[in-house]
Structures are given as C-alpha cells and as structure tokens.
Ligand binder design. Sequence first.
Ligand code: ATP
Length: 441
Amino acid sequence: MHADNPQDLFLSRVPKADLQLLRALGALADERGTTAHVVGGVVRDFILGLPNYDMDVVVETDATDFAEAAAALLGGSVKAHTKFGTVVLVLPEGRKVDLATARSEVYERPGALPTVTPGTMESDLKRRDFTVNSMAVVLNPDGFGTLLDPFGGRGDLGERILRVLTDVSFEDDPTRILRGVRFCARFGLSMEPVTEALLRQAVGERRTDTVSGERLQNELKLILSGDDPWPPVFRLIDWGILSAMVEGWEPTTAVRATIVEIDRLLSGADEIGDPAPERWLTLFAALLQPLPPAVRDRVVERLSMGRRVRRLVGELAEFERDVLPALSADENPLPSALHKMLKRFSSETLLLARAAAPGSPTAERVALYSSRLVGTTTELTGNDLAQMGVPEGEAVGRILGVLLDARLDGEVSSVEEEKTLARGLVETLTRGTGTDSVAGE
Ligand code: ATP
C-alpha cells in the first residue's frame, strides 16, 4: 500500500480487526441495497495518523434496522438511540460502532435547531461543520476504502487549515465557534482567513445567545479538557468569545499566568492533592476567579453548570473571605492550623490558590498542605483508644484530633509517643479535670 493513494491513506491506518468489521458492514449494506460509509472525525484522525476509537458509520437507510441486521450477523447487541437516527452497535468483544441514518439538515432560522430529514450521503456531508470533518470512506465492497471528499478536507488537512463549508455556518450553529477554536488547537490548524472573519462576525453579533447552556457548557468543557488547553483558552479571551457568551465575562490579563501555572502544576511531579484536581474544573474556576460575584453567578447560570461547579464557586468565595487573609499573613501558621484551614477545600480550589500567586507565601503554604499535611494520619485508631479505656463517643474523636495536631506539628513522631500523649489525655479526661484541653480542640 502507498499512503499517497487516498484510498490507502485511510485503510493503511485502520487496525486489522476494525478492517474486517468495516468490510462486513460494507458487504451487509450491499446486501440490503444501501450504502455504508465511515465518516467524520475518525476519517480525519486516521488520515492524520492519530488513533480514534469512535467509529461513526452512516447508512442511507434506517440505522436501527441496519444495526439489528449487523448484530444478528456479527453477534452483539444494539443499544438505544442516542439522538436522531443514531444507534450503537455493541460487538461481543466490546467494540462499539455508532450507526446513523444519512440526513439532511435545513436551518430555517439561524441558531434554531435544524429541520432534520433522512437524506443521502452527500447531504449528510454537507450539513457538517468544517471541511476536515466532512470526509467519508466507502465501505461497500465496490470501492471499499475510497475517500469521499466533496469539500477538499484532505487538502486542508495537509495544509493544516480549518475552513467552514458555507458562509452561514456559524450563524446556523454557533457552537461551531467553540468547535473551531478547539479543532485548531487540537490539530495545530490555522483558521483560514474567511473562516476567521465569519467566526469573529458571529461573535460580534452574539450569535451564541441562541444556543442552550448545556451545549455551550459541553463545548467549553471539551476545550478545557484538551491536552494543551491554554492556547485555545487565550483565544476565547482574546476574541471576546467568553464575553459574547456572558456579559462581563472578561478575565483580567493575570488569568493567563494562572492558566499556564495550572497546566504546569498538573503536568509536573509536584503533589497536587488527592483526589487529583480535575483539569477542566480548575481551569474553569480560574476563568471565574477574577470576576465579581454577580458575573460568576451569571456564567454559572448561563452555562447551566452543575452541582460541582456551583460548589466550587461557593468555595472560591469562602476561601477568599475566610482563609486568604490568614494564609497570606507574614507569620507562618502552625501546620495543624494550616490543616484546619484548608481541609474543607477541594483540590481544585487549592491548586487554583497556588497557581494564582506562584512563589507567594500562600502558594508555599498550600503546597505544604497538599504535599505533606493532607496525607498525615495518626497511627493510633479509635479502637486502640477504646482499648486504652477511652469511653466510646465524643472523647475518641477529640483525642484523635489532638494526636493529629501533635503529629502535624512534629510533637510526636512515633506510635509510642502517640500512646504517651494519649495516656496523658485519657488520664486528664477520666480524672474529670482539665477536660477543656481536650474539648477545646
Ligand atoms: P472528537 O474526536 O472530538 O469526537 P469529532 O470530529 O468526532 O471529534 P464529534 O463531536 O464526535 O467530533 O462529531 C462527529 C462529527 O459530526 C464531526 O466530525 C462532524 O462531521 C459532525 N459534527 C459534530 N458536531 C457538529 C456541528 N455542531 N455542526 C456540524 N457538524 C457537526
């Protein structure tokens, strides 16, 4: 095979097992008097030599009927519809193929959902977002492996260009603004000048206003979860895409340094908390941090953010109000005090606090907490204390608290020392004098 031949370009990169599967689907399509094509992202990725496990196949017939016939032929099962005309064929070894009916989409009003009708392969490619995503490969035996590329996606991919199919692409579906930014970053594409002008125009006209919060959220999450999130995030800021989505969402320039630092900390060897902070969530919080509370709330509402983000926004406010002043004070807090201050915060909030002020006392103290203090435990357990005569109940927790503080502050460093301290505390407790020293913790 020669990779310059378009037919081989795709086929040479398909794993052997998948090749058999694709041939079988193509033969089945022939038998049923229809066509089957593998389409979209997987074609793009294989041409680029990248792995892709989302096999999307389009048939010019009812996808459910076709999937059921394929399941009967190959074994496996058909999973419920995901969206219009789409089903999942689950094969015995767990391989999944998304099957969809070829469709045609007409946007009667910009930004509204399109009217969808069954269509041909040609119309199905025409409804797609960018030329590089609008290629298909024939699976029917006659022509197996032939690339269908009506918009020149392969050439654009070769030149690393992102280009829309029509002048009204961003008006029709403004989520493509975010998709475009994401694809450029992910594949190192540059935006073709007309495409860029159309995108910026759609941003200027606030076309995203017609898009649901869930869709915007979903696209933004994909950008923030990418391998190298900061170039696309900077573009979202620079091109006014965030402020077009939510009025006032204009992070200060300092946020750039924070984002780069988050990325560095997440990719480095430093201890950054357990469970490890989630990248998209931390970056999202960084984009909210410089905003006044009312704008933070507006972003959360507009993007229909879920429970975790809402909690994080609450945490940010709490951290800024209750913790930051003490944390940034000149005097070093005792490790036990630091532990008390920080233990209620998620690892995302803590990472953000570090990233927002690298090298500051705040960052150093949070780093100390995340690397050493957070994992500190006592060696003695509640059971051990019970055996030492501590009555069940509140006292156990209090004594363990005192032991933990002593551990954190380096006052005890072995189980023997813990026992000695615990015995003293038990004695005080059982004598009924000075219980305050225990209760006070
Ligand atoms: P990824 O690897 O991120 O999933 P992908 O290209 O497969 O990349 P999907 O969102 O899974 O992205 O979409 C699959 C295909 O469906 C795309 O390649 C594109 O052809 C088409 N598509 C998806 N979303 C849109 C959209 N908003 N407008 C037009 N076409 C779209």
